[in-house]
Each structure stands twice: as C-alpha cells, then as structure tokens.
Design a protein around this ligand. Structure first.
Ligand code: UDP
Ligand code: MG
Length: 162
C-alpha cells in the first residue's frame, strides 16, 4: 500500500527560476544554483536561452501597461538567460523568500537580491510569484520533454516522509 501511494503521488511543487542577463554576465549562475541545491530543492530542468521580445512580452504580460515595461523587455532580452525549474515542498513561496524583494535595496542581506544587486532594473533573477504563475511560466519556457523526472538519493535526508 505504501509503495502504491509513493508511485501515485504527484510531484512536489515546482517553480520557474531564471537568472537574468545581468546575473549571467556577473558570474552569479553558480551561486544561485548552489543556494537552491543546498536548501534541498531538486533541479528538474535547466537551459540557457537568448529570449525573443515576443517570449518576454508573454512572460511579463501582466506588466504590459507599466511604464517600465519596454525597458524591462529590453533588459531581460539584452543577453542570454538561464532558465530553471526547481521542485520541492513550498518551493514557490520559499523561492521568493530566497530571492528577496523586487527592489534589491529593500531586500534583506542573506537573500539573493539583498546580497548581489542594487537597482530594481538590474535585479539579476526572476522567480514565480504563485503556483499558478509557476505552472504558466514552466509551460511557456519549457516543453514537457525538457523536464526531467528523477529520484534524488538525498530525498530521505531532506524530507522526513520521502
Ligand atoms: N521592474 C522594474 N521597475 C519596477 C518594478 C519592476 O524595472 O518599478 C522590473 C524588475 O526587473 C522586476 C520585473 O520588472 O523583477 C518584474 O516585476 P515584478 O513586480 O513581477 O517583480 P518580481 O516578481 O521580479 O519581484
Ligand atoms: Mg513577478
């Protein structure tokens, strides 16, 4: 019975995390991956991509009426980004906590933005803000074949009920 439950269980929650072009240029990709890995989250998809304006307009569609929208599209399209899907219990909300606030100067030290950036228009990383947007963003940036289901041998050491 326990085995059946394990087999049938849905994957844990997933979030879309993206290192923006400034994070890539500044050599922060490894540091960002390290933080999610060491927290115990599981990487299930990753790629580098030069995003088109169309893709970025879709990704940031909710912000299309904002005055900073054209600048935002130019910024995130100014170089390659590193796209990732991370999996784990409560990873959407926890990922946002790890990122810090949208404005880096309002982010606590110890968060990614609080440790590595200053300007809101150069805040090095994106993270989904809800489970619903995470699912939309994962579908926008990745095909199902690009998502890798794998069993981490760390799982029973990270989760009490693995
Ligand atoms: N942004 C900006 N000026 C602002 C607010 C946001 O340039 O006044 C940029 C910033 O790069 C931010 C992105 O737009 O990360 C998306 O905004 P959102 O409010 O979704 O912030 P996030 O979810 O990234 O914290
Ligand atoms: Mg957002």
């Amino acid at each position: 019975w326990e085995k059946l439950v394990r087999v049938m269980r849905m994957p844990r929650e997933r979030t879309y995390i993206m290192v923006k072009p400034d994070g890539v240029q500044r050599g922060l990709v490894g540091e960002i991956i390290k933080r999610f890995e060491q927290r115990g989250f599981k990487l299930v998809a990753m790629k580098m991509k030069a995003a088109s304006p169309e893709l970025l307009q879709q990704h940031y569609a909710d912000l299309s009426s904002k005055p900073f929208f054209p600048g935002l599209i130019a910024y995130v399209g100014s170089g390659p980004v590193v796209c990732m899907v991370w999996e784990g219990t409560d990873v959407v909300k926890t990922g946002r906590k790890m990122l810090g606030e949208t404005k880096p100067l309002e982010s606590n030290p110890g968060t990614i933005r609080g440790d590595y950036c200053i300007d809101v228009g150069r805040n090095i990383i994106h993270g989904s803000d809800s489970v619903d947007s995470a699912n939309k963003e994962i579908n926008l940036w990745f095909t199902p074949e690009e998502i890798c289901e794998w069993r981490s041998m760390e799982e029973p050491w990270v989760y009490e009920k693995a």
